[in-house]
Design a protein around this ligand. Structure first.
Ligand SMILES: N#Cc1c(N)ncnc1-c1cnn(CCN2CCOCC2)c1
Length: 298
């Protein structure tokens, strides 16, 4: 689905990713400012590497408010890029004005549980990102401690590629590599200290950092279902793929006969039925309310 980005008076469209769009505020001279960006979270949802045709109402608002909540709770660990939530009415609640940073060219991933690509690498080598792990781990196993498993920043439509820690050092230097590694792991640890008690396991997460002078600044979004694997804690059972907190209704319907879709066909998935959309919206709202203890207001 190629969606024309929203026109926002006073802003120039800069970039569109799978589920988020970037704008630059216009300065008094009418030119895009170089010091700020407007990050807009859409209601688009991706599944099986496709951006689905059917939006999930309020997803952009829920994930933006969740990310802002986490930025506040991580501020003692790392400064963040948020400037203001005073944004155009057309994107109220789902956009954030941020400081434009010199972004580091690394997807900083930390894993507290073993699954997905990390599990595949472990099954082949007994390690993930060069970090040897105990024998006998299975899909969903909790790791002895969270590990840093960075990847490249792939262009839109391509997959990020895992890189060894040495690759990060080569890219950004030893000091900075150690700083972003330690911060990424601590962010996930802090996230799980808070989330697990509230019924959500954060199996892994991807964060992005930018530089403000010599300071490492947390950018992008943080600890949301789009940047992290959210699992229902009460259903955690190592040994098989874990249910997704937010994506399971969509995955189950798309892989059921009801959808008429063949995942192996390479064809785009069909539109979602209303009940799957509403159940998915409800899971995003539920995750927000469990984490923050606040009632979601659209
Ligand atoms: N967050 C944030 C942020 C920030 N605070 N400062 C500078 N850049 C970014 C940013 C946000 N997304 N991307 C990746 C998309 N790029 C957009 C441009 O074109 C290349 C791809 C960079």
């Amino acid at each position: 689905m190629s969606e024309v980005p929203l026109q926002l008076p006073g802003y120039a469209h800069v970039y569109s990713g799978k589920v988020r769009d970037l704008y630059a505020p216009l300065g008094a001279d009418g030119a895009p400012r170089a010091d700020q960006l407007l990050l807009v979270a859409s209601d688009r949802m991706s599944a099986y590497d496709f951006v689905l045709d059917t939006p999930i109402p309020d997803k952009g608002v829920v994930l933006t408010q969740m990310s802002l909540w986490w930025f506040d709770r991580l501020a003692d660990l790392v400064p963040h890029h948020v400037v203001s939530t005073d944004v155009p009415a057309a994107v109220a609640g789902r956009a954030v004005l941020v400081e434009r940073l010199e972004m580091l060219p690394v997807e900083c991933v930390a894993r507290a549980y073993l699954t997905g690509g990390g599990l595949n690498e472990y099954r082949s080598t007994g390690a993930v990102s060069g970090i040897a792990l105990p024998e006998g781990l299975v899909d969903g196993s909790r790791l002895p401690e969270p590990i840093f498993t960075p990847s490249t920043k792939a262009p839109v439509g391509e997959h990020d590629e895992p890189i060894p820690y040495a690759g990060v050092v080569a890219e950004i230097g030893e000091d900075l590599a150690a700083r972003v590694r330690d911060l990424t792991v601590r962010i996930l640890q802090r996230g799980n200290e808070i989330a697990t008690d509230r019924g959500i396991i954060l199996a892994d997460t991807k964060v992005e950092f930018g530089m403000r002078g010599d300071d490492v600044v947390l950018a992008d979004e943080v600890l949301t279902p789009d940047s992290s694997r959210f699992w229902p804690a009460d259903q955690w059972e190592p040994g098989h793929p874990q249910p997704s907190y937010d994506k399971q209704f969509v995955r189950d319907w798309l892989t059921s006969p009801a959808s008429g879709w063949d995942k192996a066909s390479g064809e785009a998935p069909p539109a979602l039925p209303d009940d799957v959309v509403e159940q998915t919206r409800a899971k995003y709202v539920e995750a927000y309310e469990r984490l923050t203890g606040q009632t979601f207001r659209a």
